[in-house]
Design a protein around this ligand. Sequence first.
Ligand code: 5GP
Ligand code: ZN
Length: 113
Amino acid sequence: MDCIFCKIIEGSIPSKKAFENEHVLAFHDIEPAAPVHILIVPKKHIPTMNDVTAEDGALIAELFTVARALAKEHGIAESGYRLINNCNADGGQTCYHLHFHLLGGKKLGPLLQ
Ligand code: 5GP
Ligand code: ZN
């Protein structure tokens, strides 16, 4: 499959891992937009937010649990952070494997521009 995040998950493309378990991988973004910029991805290939089903409920909850734990671990839970999903072209999605960006470690600018 021609999916860069599946290749990162299987290990054929290297990444700087921040967390891994049976269902979830988190790794540092290659082009960080903030001092903390971690991508949180399900190991299951789900192309976009539109492809999430009710059956994925526990998996999506797990992504949020990992995000919360990583925010704490990287010292940004109290100062604040953003958790972002970009969906499809107008949303700015470039990698078509569901992921959430965890961003923090600085005062982030206005979200909507
Ligand atoms: P999107 O625009 O799809 O929401 O976000 C994709 C993100 O993946 C971008 O922030 C981009 O920098 C990151 N990215 C793309 N290719 C790689 C890669 O090979 N390794 C890592 N660590 N991040 C990547
Ligand atoms: Zn994939």
